[in-house]
Design a protein around this ligand. Sequence first.
Ligand SMILES: Nc1ncnc2c1ncn2[C@@H]1O[C@H](COP(=O)(O)OP(=O)(O)OP(=O)(O)O)[C@@H](O)[C@H]1O
Ligand SMILES: [Mg+2]
Length: 366
Amino acid sequence: MSNADDKFRGLLEGAPDAMVICRHDGTIVLVNAQAEKLFGYPREELLGKSVDVLVPQRLRPQHAAHRTGYVDDPHPRPMGAGLELFARHRNGSEFPVEISLSPLETEDGTLVTSAIRDITERKQFETMLREKNEELERVGLAKDSFLASMSHELRTPLNAVIGFTGTLLMKLPGPLNVEQEQQLRTIQASARHLLSLINDMLDLAKIESGKVEVKFEPVESQSVLREVAASLQSLANEKGLALTLDAPATDILVRTDRRALSQVLLNLVNNAIKYTQKGYVRVELRRVDEMVEFSVTDSGIGIRAEDLEKLFEQFSQVDRSTTRRFEGAGLGLYLSKRLAALLDGRISVESEYGKGSRFSLVLPRA
Ligand SMILES: Nc1ncnc2c1ncn2[C@@H]1O[C@H](COP(=O)(O)OP(=O)(O)OP(=O)(O)O)[C@@H](O)[C@H]1O
Ligand SMILES: [Mg+2]
């Protein structure tokens, strides 16, 4: 054997894949050790045989056609060129493979080199992944429809609780003593809290199952902000916080869905009030190029830098103390982020721990 042959053989044995080299008519002229192992044949048994022995019986006619086609137009063909290929082991079993072909010019004419890789494990992995994905999708759909119907069922009795507590507190059925009134207020507050939680879950289920419809229209920003501020004013007053609104005098129109926008702003302002013990909550509106920025700044507890990323995740509450100071499900910001995305907008946050936070929502102008 010449030096060149030696080198070539070294190259062949060093290859990671099984290599089989054939003549035009499919006669095997060279194989490496990896090929012996992969197909279960000793080298002598393969040399001089047709490469067809390595192809499952059922695929041999196609294979012959492929081979002629390749010989007519030999060009390198990379692994996994979109074909589902199978090989046959000496014991008759089949396994999925990836094959790359390249022509090899020699004195005796053009040979065809094929590198063959067993992809059984990869295929199994792919199948498993596909099945898992399908399962997850089914579970997800079931969860969404469960949430949607349960939320509805839960809201109906809860509205009765809230409604009748209200009439009792208005003393319509008769007088109340101080203790009774106190306890009824607790019932009312808890029921309202539960209702808002259920509403959040319902909204999320709807968003996640793609059932939220947003209707884009020009909306006057100031009026939405005034509504949001008005509805949370008493909450701020109770805590002795100054809730201020700072917006340009001229109307700023945004292209958005009014309900979704006000829900996001309500969440942000509500959080600002909730997480601020003293000082202020400032709501601002300004134009930024082609966008409009709504921002809510507070002088509250702030958020640690390492917690900033987690804020917008589902059920995430940054307060890790065992006795939680603030009630809440940790859904508000996640929901807001999803709604903002539906509105082609973006929510971002800056905060200094112990000093305060600034959340902003940027939306396209109308
Ligand atoms: N303005 C803020 N200042 C400080 N921390 C905040 C502020 N807003 C949000 N956070 C932190 O981010 C977490 C997530 O907020 P999110 O609104 O999603 O949940 P939540 O207010 O705890 O509960 P929910 O809104 O569902 O009632 C909060 O638990 C809180 O730790
Ligand atoms: Mg919240």
